[in-house]
Design a protein around this ligand. Structure first.
Ligand code: 5GP
Length: 191
């Protein structure tokens, strides 16, 4: 997606060979117009898939996932990283290790908001080794629902996540695919 790639080039900060910081439009300040365009693009790619629910993980997945859900006219559910005091019973729990924060969270979703007949589109901001997306897929499958696909805003294609998800049988759609962050420069996979 050209507008996203342009934004990454103009505002992204390469922190290391493996980490890209995009706090100015996705991970801290958010660009609503770009979020809207990304939501429309995900919705276009999954238009024929009869999606009934969009699932993401707090917090940075929420904005693109919400715009996708709005365009598809389905609810958005976000998995929580911290156990909420009001979220007590019937929880689906999966352990997810965070690549950037180097912590493991018990990620939870209430069974109230996912049912076996759901056809779920998983959305996340980044794909690195695929832990977050796999955790969301396991949550979906724990309730007997189907994973229709996984939509990623920024895929770091030089890490293992995409391969792992495709090997596991999931369809992965990424709006920007990064081939390398070497020498503080962002190189994309041209598609
Ligand atoms: P994975 O679970 O695929 O290993 O990593 C994906 C998660 O880690 C995303 O939800 C995102 O929050 C975070 N993440 C991974 N790599 C990066 C990165 O290069 N930059 C930022 N800002 N977040 C990342």
């Amino acid at each position: 997606m050209k507008s996203l790639k342009d934004k990454i080039v103009s505002e992204g900060i390469v922190l290391s060979d493996t980490v890209l910081k995009v706090d100015s439009f996705l991970n801290h300040q958010m660009d609503p117009q770009l979020m809207k365009e990304m939501g429309e693009e995900f919705a276009r790619r999954f238009a024929e898939d009869k999606i009934t629910k969009v699932l993401t993980i707090e917090s940075s997945g929420i904005a693109p996932a919400l715009m996708t859900a709005l365009t598809l006219n389905v609810p958005l559910v976000f998995a929580r990283k911290q156990k909420s005091l009001t979220l007590r019973e019937d929880l689906i729990v999966e352990r997810v290790h965070s690549f950037t924060k180097e912590v493991t969270n018990d990620v939870t979703v209430s069974r109230k908001y996912l049912s076996p007949d759901d056809n779920v589109l998983i959305i996340d901001d980044f794909l690195a080794v695929g832990e977050a997306a796999q955790g969301l897929a396991r949550i979906t499958e724990q309730v007997g629902a189907k994973v229709a696909g996984i939509g990623i805003v920024i895929e770091k294609s030089f890490q293992t996540g995409r391969h792992t998800l495709i090997e596991a049988g999931y369809r992965v759609e990424s709006l920007a695919r990064i081939a390398s962050l070497h020498d503080s420069s962002v190189q994309f996979i041209e598609e």
